[in-house]
Write a protein that binds this ligand. Structure first.
Ligand code: IPM
Ligand code: MG
Length: 363
């Protein structure tokens, strides 16, 4: 890795460019980076007719890390509604995950102390919540055979398949992450083994891998039960490992525990030595794009994950995370976080960014 990390920036659509721009300012305050900007999603469809070009894939592969904003918007949804074969922005995201082999998606959920009151849950339930969703990202129903048939008046299908090596590597990632997080690590493997064959293989394989991790406490939970437990006792979870679709759904649910989807970062990691991809969990929020009110914090926290997991700069990551906490504690809130409570001040993207910069600079 060169001393100046080479980052490919895929700002994407909607609020993507605004939040990525804000995040770059914060990155520049903690280190030296060389950025190359490329199109993805709807922006790429408009320019090239596809959501991801080979050129962009190659640029990502040659980088040290990829920072992504968000993809999608009504314009392209409408085009797909008219013509189902039209390109979809999400194909860019799925394509780059697959091309970079990013099989492990890490989504930490730890409500910032200043935001405990924004959580839809009672304070005593949410207190102490600090969990990590480890979502399998390149397999399962997202990438299985799918299509349509003419039978029964028109039929559509999506296959969900998992191989033992696919389950093994994501389980190892989850156990390793659990060990790094605490001295009494716990992993909850989530499946639907009472119904699905792929889930039964999942459970068997997780048990096998667990034999190599006697220090990690393992339990298995059905996905419907997990959805319920996440809102009734979120603080009891440590690491959750699950397949692609369950992880997609549960991570949105878990994210909302923090009070806003606008706060959650994510890291997508592949094989050792390969570039990872770092992006906020929230979407492109086309309804507020261009108004200067987007919450840039999830992207800044994703950049912190990039520094820690992708570039080996944990200290710079700490600085960003602490600055974000301090800014929230000061009461500054983008509209998605603003509740009107005493001590809160509504602010736009630029103001929040300036406050984070001032904090980062002070350390
Ligand atoms: C996510 C998103 C994506 C997914 C969409 C945009 C394809 O919801 O990153 O969770 O389903 O993986
Ligand atoms: Mg999702």
């Amino acid at each position: 890795m060169s001393e100046t990390s080479r980052i490919v920036v895929l700002a994407g659509d909607g609020i993507g460019p605004e939040i990525v721009d804000a995040t770059r300012q914060v990155l520049d305050a903690v280190g030296e980076f060389e950025y190359t900007e490329h199109l993805i999603g709807g922006a790429s469809i408009d320019e090239h007719g596809v959501a991801l070009t080979d050129e962009v894939t190659e640029a990502c592969k040659a980088s040290d890390a990829v920072l992504l904003g968000a993809v999608g918007g009504p314009k392209w949804d409408e085009a797909v509604a008219k013509d189902p074969t039209a390109p979809r922005p999400e194909q860019g995201l799925l394509g780059i995950r697959k091309a970079l082999g990013l099989y492990a998606n890490l989504r930490p959920v730890k409500p910032s102390p200043a935001l405990i009151d924004s959580s839809p849950l009672k304070k005593e339930l949410i207190d102490g919540t600090d969990l990590l969703v480890v979502r399998e990202l390149t397999g399962g129903i997202y990438f299985g055979d799918s299509g349509r048939r003419d039978d029964n008046g028109g039929t559509a299908y999506d296959e969900c398949a998992y191989s033992v090596p696919e389950i093994t590597r994501i389980t190892v990632a989850a156990f390793e992450a659990a060990r790094q997080r605490s001295d009494s690590p716990r992993v909850t493997s989530v499946d639907k083994a009472n119904v699905l064959e792929s889930s039964r293989l999942w459970r068997e394989t997780v048990k096998q891998v667990a034999e190599g991790y006697p220090d990690v406490e393992l339990d298995h939970m059905l996905v419907d039960n997990t959805a319920m437990q996440l809102v009734s006792r979120p603080a009891d979870f440590d690491v959750i490992v699950t397949e692609n679709l369950f992880g997609d759904i549960l991570s949105d649910e878990a994210a909302m525990l923090t009070g806003s989807l606008g706060m959650l970062p994510s890291a997508s990691i592949g094989a050792e030595g390969q570039p990872g991809l770092f992006e906020p969990v929230h979407g492109s929020a086309p309804d507020i794009a261009g108004q200067g009110v987007a919450n840039p914090l999830a992207t800044m926290l994703s950049a912190a994950m990039m520094l820690r997991y992708g570039l080996g700069r944990g200290e710079a990551a700490d600085r960003i995370e602490q600055a974000v906490d301090t800014v929230l504690a000061s009461g500054l809130r983008t509209p998605d976080l603003y509740s009107g409570a005493e001590g809160e001040n509504k602010a736009g993207t630029a103001e929040v960014t300036a406050a984070v910069l001032a904090e980062v600079g002070q350390r």
